[in-house]
Ligand binder design. Structure first.
Ligand code: M6R
Length: 629
């Protein structure tokens, strides 16, 4: 989604803005731009495509432009209007310039009014219209701050804006009204604005997450935050970020995605430590937090999410139902919100979103809360919007995830659901203490088993590489590959869905995830030698049945990539390629095998994408947090 940077202070604004925007590139964008205040006027540099195009525009006048100490920048992900230079932000309207993230829902109405008053927008965006409103308001004698407040009262929709005016040199005004906006004081004097905390890290680790309805007014000497509606000053505490710069750099990996896949054992350990009370004697004791009371009261759970987070929810259902015996339904947020679902008394709605900003998931939670239905969130981003729309949030501790493809945040969500299932099983006495202790011991061992599998010379890693190389580079076989089926049963089914999503997302291959038993109800007709079937067949309760499905796909001539135990001679001999998991299932409860299968499908997709030469961390048409419907 769109990224925002703003700065006023004593540093060179183009350097600050470009560095910040680079750190926001992971969110996905299709055009970019910067506006600097220099010699009493704005200088705008915008371009469609990559940020490098904007950087290039600076080159011929870099000496002059570097003197600017105030400006705003933006990376745009098109919603209203094509991804062109003309539609790129910042938008200048007379003496006003702005960047915007989110949507102005009543833009048609506003546009009609503006046209009838003789204004002529230059772009097709909803964002530019806000500049006309501010211009009109300042024209009637209002300050920039007052004009922004007055203009905001005229628009509907979740968004954030950062605005400057040539009439008030050195003043930058930012509003958070839904989409996130973060500010930080510059230790050298001045203030930074950004749509996300991590681009501010090179400059300051103490940041203020603005609340919904906050307006921040910054100069090189001051920062004031007021309530958008009343104009009264509000106090916001700053948060000290523990994230180090090292954590958000690639640490020697060629891509963030690969680094984040390798960070999964650490993400599991940190998430577990953040959730459970390790000093308690009972396994699966949740550390004291508000969400615990909500879980205790719940008679039924409804899990809502989108994309990869929805796959985490599907997986969580297995543990929650089979261990804790609590009824669970799982829904896609974009479907749930328009379906008038029946919610029984005692239901707890759980919204799962790594970013905490996904528009559809938030809309469901807002709607449920307006009906007095208790809501819990699971998110990786502290103080993200989900905290506003729920009664309590369980935070995963996967650290910042920069690659657009979710990897470590997925495993952290899945672990959170597993821990909740363990906790409820103890509360409901549906599992014995001995069973819970055994499971918990395995959960503690799990990150170490995964870390072994991810060692670069492990059998698992070698076989993944070999398999993808042959399927992608090996002459006829590779060029004949038309598409992929990922299949699995039980716990492996959501991982099959996730494998197919990952492959589509970053390698742009046609891929489908299927419950292995469903293949014969239609899709088996597609199988021939040009199709690859990735069969997830670990030694668990479903292995025999999955084995039969594997034979069915083999008989149709598809190339078969099997994933299971190294010692599974029976299945491995049937497959063209066999990827061994780093542990035998008797050494780990089979319920935990999805934690080992997920990195395999992530790495298969990663390797395939790299060999195909796609932009792995910033796949086309996608955004890291989908803040629009
Ligand atoms: O931030 P969220 O978890 O709410 O995001 C939901 C989806 O947009 C996200 O999982 C998407 O499918 C990922 N890019 C998948 O890798």
């Amino acid at each position: 989604m769109c990224g925002i940077m703003g700065y006023v202070g004593s540093r060179s604004a183009p350097q600050v803005l470009l560095e910040g925007l680079k750190r926001l590139e992971y969110r996905g964008y299709d055009s970019a731009g910067i506006a600097l205040f220099l010699d009493q006027h704005f200088v705008l540099k915008k371009s469609e495509g990559r940020l490098e195009n904007v950087e290039r525009l600076f080159q011929s006048e870099s000496k002059r432009l570097e003197k600017a100490t105030c400006g705003i920048g933006h990376t745009r992900w098109a919603t209203h209007g094509k991804p062109t230079t003309q539609n790129a932000h910042p938008h200048q309207t007379g003496h006003v310039v702005l960047v915007h993230n989110g949507i102005i829902e009543n833009y048609l109405e506003i546009k009609r009014d503006l046209l009838s008053r003789g204004h002529r927008p230059n772009s097709e965006t909803d964002s530019e219209l806000f500049g006309f409103l501010v211009l009109e308001s300042m024209g009637s004698g209002k300050s920039l701050e007052a004009a922004v407040r007055e203009s905001f009262a005229k628009i509907r929709g979740q968004c954030s804006v950062v605005v400057m005016s040539e009439r008030e040199p050195g003043v930058v005004v930012g509003v958070r009204n839904g989409s996130p906006l973060v500010v930080a004081r510059d230790p050298q004097g001045g203030v930074f604005f950004a749509s996300d905390a991590q681009p501010l890290l090179p400059f300051s680790q103490d940041v203020i997450f603005l609340d919904h309805g906050d307006l921040a007014i910054a100069t090189d000497q001051s920062l004031r935050i007021v309530d958008l509606q009343s104009g009264e000053v509000v106090h916001r505490e700053s948060s000290h970020l523990e994230w180090s710069l090292e954590q958000i750099d690639k640490a020697g990996f060629p891509h963030y995605m690969l680094k984040e896949i390798h960070e999964q054992p650490g993400a599991l350990i940190d998430t577990l430590n953040g959730l459970v009370d390790r000093d308690g004697f009972e396994p699966f004791t949740l550390a004291d937090q508000p969400g615990v009371a909500l879980l205790r009261q719940a008679k039924e759970l409804v899990l809502v999410a989108c994309g990869t987070s929805w796959h985490a929810a599907l997986l969580g259902k297995y543990w929650l139902e089979s261990w804790a015996k609590i009824p669970v339904s799982v829904d896609l947020a974009s479907e749930f919100r328009y379906r008038n679902p029946v919610i029984r008394p005692g239901t707890l709605v759980v919204g799962i979103s790594q970013s905490g900003e996904t528009a559809d998931t938030l809309a469901v939670l807002r709607d449920m809360r307006s009906r007095n239905i208790p809501c819990l969130g699971i998110s990786n981003v502290r103080r993200s919007s989900i905290s506003r729309d729920t009664d309590a949030v369980f935070y995963t501790s996967a650290g910042p995830e920069i690659g657009v493809a979710a990897t470590k945040t997925f495993l952290a969500q899945v672990l959170t659901l597993l821990v909740i299932a363990g906790f409820l099983s103890r509360e409901h006495k549906t599992l014995s203490s001995a069973e819970l202790s055994r499971l918990f011991e395995d959960v503690i061992r799990l990150p170490h088993v995964l870390a072994e599998g991810l060692e670069h010379d492990s059998e698992m890693m070698k076989k993944i590489e070999e398999t993808v190389n042959q399927l992608t580079l090996n002459g006829d076989a590779a060029s004949a590959v038309k598409g992929f089926f990922f299949m699995g049963r039980g716990y492996s089914f959501p991982i099959a869905l996730e494998g197919a999503l990952k492959l589509k997302e970053i390698a742009y291959d046609h891929a489908e995830g299927y419950a292995a038993g469903e293949l014969k109800h239609g899709p088996i007709a597609m199988l021939d030698a040009a199709m690859v079937a990735v069969v997830l067949a670990p030694r668990d309760a479903w292995r025999e049945k999955t084995g039969s499905n594997l034979e069915e796909v083999k008989a149709r001539g598809a190339k078969v990539v099997g994933v299971g135990e190294s010692a599974d001679d029976q299945l491995s001999h049937l497959c063209d390629f066999w990827i061994p998991l780093p542990v035998e299932s008797r050494k780990l409860d089979p319920a935990l095998l999805p934690f080992l299968l997920a990195p395999v499908v992530q790495l298969l997709s990663y390797r395939r994408a790299v060999l195909k030469g796609t932009d792995v961390d910033k796949p086309r048409n996608l955004a890291k947090s989908v803040t629009v419907e």
